[in-house]
Design a protein around this ligand. Sequence first.
Ligand code: PLP
Length: 286
Amino acid sequence: MTDKIYYNGNIIKREDAKVDIEDRGYQFADGVYEVVAFYQGEPFTLEEHMERLVFSAGEIDIETPSAETLIKEAKNYMQETGYADRNAKLYVQVSRGVASRSHAYPDGLEPVIIMKAGPLNPNPEEYFQEGVKIITLPDERWSRCYIKSIALLPNILAKKKAKQADAYEAVMSRDGFITEGSSSNIFIVEDDTIITPPATNYILNGITRQTVIDRLAPELGYEVIEESIPYYTLLKAEQVFLTGTTTEIMPVVQINDKVVGDGKVGAETKEIFKAFRELTGFVRGK
Ligand SMILES: Cc1ncc(COP(=O)(O)O)c(C=O)c1O
């Protein structure tokens, strides 16, 4: 649908956007990224995403333009695409830049910043109404998962295993405690209490996660407790849901072969999903 790409400050034709063979993002997965949802052309939490992008880049010693500049550039780019008033997904990537291949990067490289708009491709409505299955796997990632790095090998392998098991997501655990999904955060509801693992270095602090904690749960009169969740607590939780930019608020009704609660989407999960939809203003088919 879009034939335009943002490439280091310029908006160019898709066919003119080329990756240099010595781009460090291509050779080393040396870069960071964001995915932002636009609902009927309106960005959702764009500021938070761009601030996290600048933060992630800083954590790996890449200097980017300011979040304010990136926000302006992103809005301007989206206007130039066919998605100006539609539901869309914006992918933003910053790679360290182009240099002759060598593990240690030279100083002063110019980062390569690209943006690409695409359709939002929301999950089918029945997933939200009826819930989905997840599988569990060991967390085999590095210990700096709070950085939104483009190095996603463990995540893509985990997601593929989930698909092969007819599941929506793979939720990982480390040292007996659950961390997060391959591209989502996880919450459980137990005795009317909403619990999610704390935002340590072992998870990406999702912007949807933070939206639930700071906005949706308090507005609905719930408190969210951030504490480590043992793997076995997950297996006996009454309700489980996932959060993420494209995941939205996704109820989980099966973990591996085990049914969660009574197998139906629980009341708190339903309320949070409804509040999230109201906040984003999502209209299917736009
Ligand atoms: C590993 C991981 N955790 C959590 C999330 C959810 O983050 P957000 O809500 O900011 O999309 C993502 C999103 O891609 C992710 O890749």
